[in-house]
Design a protein around this ligand. Sequence first.
Ligand code: ADP
Ligand code: MG
Length: 239
Amino acid sequence: MTGAPSPIQLQNVSFDYDTAPLLRDVSYTFAAHAVTAVLGRSGSGKSTMLELVNGMLRPKAGTVAVFGKPLDYAQVYALRSQIGYVVQSAALFPHMTVGRNISLSGVVQGQARDVLSARVRTLLAMAQLPEAYADKYPYELSGGEQQRVSVCRAMFLNPPILLMDEPFSALDYGTKQAIYAHFQAWQTAEPRTVILVTHDWEEAKQLADTFVWIDDGRIRSHGNKEELDRWKEEYQAHL
Ligand code: ADP
Ligand code: MG
């Protein structure tokens, strides 16, 4: 967690959609191989921050550096294999099997069938889903299982960076608790630099090592679990 160069750095980043400023001169260095939770109320710019990191959006001012270099917006597609992305709705392709959904990025790269199926098996095992699920279709799975599949898909190419945008927000309490345990196991098996966007203080506390609270376009606070504990009441009153 310490010592390794940061794969994600925001330097004086400002952004707006030609309306009110959304991020104002934000600088932050994300810790390598750690899970950083980005917290903030709805509309605070959390999703926007992720889209700036993967180059979907360009800052109006400042620099986004990924793997130690400022993003080259002409080459942003080449980065996609290095940055996994998980959104709130599992967004699986309904007409493709679970195995196909998980391995699509490898198929696009022309990986051999046995390589593809071996990685699918590894990921299903990490997500503690039965191997036979590879041949099922998304509609045959529960919401929580589908979301685990979408995390497997994001991890297929073993990206060093994983961006997660409210990945578990749509799940019920019991499903969330189960998936948190899977997530922690994944992170132990294949540690990545993860940005977990969530509005949920409890979820952040369970899953992350480091915490950033964004509000009114700025980083209002950041720190470790002790710092997070200090914000609890203020944060929850603020949502
Ligand atoms: P969060 O993820 O924290 O809820 P977002 O980053 O999605 O916040 O959005 C921040 C603000 O930017 C919101 O007020 C939202 O309405 C606005 N916004 C998001 N996307 C667009 C867009 N494509 N065009 C204009 N405004 C947008
Ligand atoms: Mg959002």
